[in-house]
Design a protein around this ligand. Structure first.
Ligand SMILES: [Zn+2]
Length: 425
C-alpha cells in the first residue's frame, strides 16, 4: 500500500532570498484569491479546474511574475477551496467565500527540485537554492525516517512563513511502483462498493445516498426552457437553446463533482483502498428509467472519481454487474423476487434493506471475490459498511469496540443485521 507522510523542514534563507520568497508568496496568494473571485461570479460557483484554468490563467500570468506551475497550483488551491464550500452548502452547512491570507505557496516537482540537503525553488525572481536545517543524523526523527530513506520520494511541498522563519512541509510517498503487488500480499484491502441508479444516483456500501431528485429537477427545467425556445424558432432562440445546453452541462458537472468528492471522502474516512463501481457498459439498458443523460452522468462521475482519487492512492475499478440487485448481500441467495422496487427482502434468510444499498454491498463483495480467486488465499479483505466490514464470504465483522451503532444516521440497520452483529460478538 502507498504510504504518505508530510515532513516539515526548516530552511536556511538569507535576506535576499527572503525578499524573493516573500514576494512569491504574496503573488501566489493574490493569484489564488483572484481565481476564487472569478469562480464566485454569477449564478453558480465554478469548481472545474479546467474551466478556471481556461478563464484565469492568462490574466494571472500577465499580472504576476509567478512561474507557470505556481499559477496552476494557486488555481488548484482556489478550486479545491470553492469545491469544499459548495460541498458544505450541500450538507446544509454555512460556509463563506474562501479567502487566503496565511503565507504559504504550493510547490510541485515542476517548480521545485528536491535534493537530499537543499531545495531549488522557483520564485518571482527565478530559481533559488535553499539549504535545509537538518537535525542530528543519529536521532530518530521524521527526517531520518522519511527524507534519508530512499524508499520515500518527495512529491511536492508547501512553503510556509511563520514567526519570521521559512519552512517547507515536504510531502513524501513510498511504495508507489510496487503499489499493487504489495497490496495483494500484505495490505488490508478494504473496498467501498458504489451502486448507480435513477432514483438514487449513487449509494455506497457505507450507506450514504445521493438522490437523483436534483438531477431530474434540472433536467425537466431545462427541457421546458428548450421547449419554449424551440417554439419561437428564431435565430436568437436557437442561440438561447445552445446557451441553455451549456448551462445545463455546467450545472450537472458541478453536481457530479460534489458527488464524486463525497464518494472519495467516504472512502478516505473509512480507510478504503479501492472504490468499486458496476461496469458502465450497457448501464442504460439495465436500469429502468435511465436516459442518455443518466449514462452521460455516470460516465462523468466515474471519470471524476477516477482522476480525483489519484491524489489519495485509491484504486477505482469496475465489476460485473450481473445479479448485483437480485442477490442477497447477507446469504448470497439470488432471485428476481428478492427485490421489489426500492425494497430488498431476501426470500431465503429474510435480510431486508434498501435495494440500492444491498446492491452497493454486492458490488464491493464482487470486487473482493474477483481479486481473491487465483492468487491462493489472498489478503484479508473486506467491504466497508457503516458499522464494520463484510468479508468475501459475506460474513459480517463488527468494528473493534463497536457499541452497535456508529451514531451515523445513514443506515438504519435491519433486525437481521443487528442479530448477525450480536452473533459475531
Ligand atoms: Zn439472504
Amino acid at each position: 500500500m502507498e504510504v504518505r507522510r508530510t515532513v516539515p523542514v526548516k530552511l536556511d534563507v538569507d535576506s535576499d532570498d527572503t525578499a524573493l520568497l516573500r514576494d512569491t508568496v504574496d503573488e501566489f496568494l493574490w493569484a489564488a484569491n483572484y481565481v476564487v473571485d472569478h469562480a464566485w461570479q454569477g449564478d453558480y460557483k465554478t469548481t472545474s479546474k479546467a474551466q478556471l484554468q481556461a478563464e484565469t490563467y492568462d490574466e494571472v500570468r500577465d499580472r504576476t511574475r509567478l512561474h507557470a506551475n505556481l499559477v496552476q497550483n494557486a488555481r488548484n488551491k482556489a478550486a479545491d477551496a470553492v469545491q469544499s464550500v459548495v460541498a458544505r452548502w450541500r450538507q446544509g452547512e454555512y460556509a463563506g467565500k474562501p479567502h487566503f491570507s496565511k503565507p504559504t505557496a504550493v510547490y510541485d516537482k515542476r517548480c521545485a527540485t528536491f535534493h537530499d540537503e537543499y531545495v531549488s525553488l522557483a520564485t518571482v525572481g527565478g530559481r533559488i537554492e535553499v539549504e535545509y536545517v537538518l537535525p542530528d543524523e543519529e536521532r530518530d526523527t521524521p527526517h531520518s525516517r522519511y527524507l534519508d530513506n530512499d524508499d520515500y520520494e518527495v512529491t511536492g511541498a508547501e512553503l510556509h512563513h511563520k514567526n519570521g522563519e521559512w519552512y517547507l512541509h515536504l510531502r513524501t510517498k513510498a511504495g508507489v511502483e510496487s503499489d499493487k503487488p504489495e497490496q495483494a500480499t500484505t495490505g488490508h484491502s478494504t473496498v467501498l462498493g458504489v451502486d448507480l441508479g435513477v432514483n438514487q444516483l449513487a449509494v455506497t456500501s457505507t450507506g450514504t445516498f445521493w438522490t437523483g431528485e436534483e438531477f431530474d429537477h434540472w433536467r425537466r427545467e431545462y427541457e421546458n426552457r428548450r421547449g419554449d425556445l424551440q417554439q419561437c424558432g428564431t435565430r436568437a432562440a436557437h442561440e438561447n437553446i445552445q446557451s441553455v445546453g451549456r448551462k445545463e452541462t455546467g450545472r450537472f458537472k458541478m453536481m457530479l463533482h460534489r458527488i464524486a468528492n463525497g464518494i472519495i471522502e467516504e472512502a478516505v474516512e473509512n480507510g478504503c483502498t479501492v472504490i468499486a463501481f458496476e461496469e458502465l457498459t450497457g448501464i442504460r439498458d439495465r436500469l429502468s428509467g435511465a436516459s442518455w443523460g443518466h449514462k452521460w452522468a455516470f460516465e462523468r462521475l466515474y471519470e471524476y472519481v477516477e482522476y480525483k482519487t489519484e491524489l489519495h492512492g485509491i484504486d477505482v475499478e469496475q465489476v460485473d454487474p450481473e445479479n448485483t440487485s437480485r442477490r442477497c448481500s447477507h446469504c448470497g441467495f439470488t432471485h428476481p423476487d428478492n427485490r421489489d422496487g426500492e425494497g430488498f427482502a431476501c426470500l431465503r434468510c429474510g435480510y431486508a434493506n434498501h435495494a440500492d444499498y444491498n446492491a452497493a454491498k454486492n458490488i464491493g463483495l464482487r470486487y473482493l471475490r474477483r481479486n481473491q480467486t487465483g492468487d491462493g488465499g489472498g489478503a484479508p479483505v473486506g467491504v466497508r459498511l457503516n458499522r464494520g466490514t463484510l468479508n468475501a464470504n459475506g460474513e459480517y465483522d463488527p468494528p473493534a469496540g463497536d457499541s452497535g451503532q456508529s451514531g451515523s444516521p445513514r443506515e438504519s440497520p435491519t433486525l437481521n443485521e443487528a442479530r448477525s452483529s450480536d452473533r459475531a460478538k
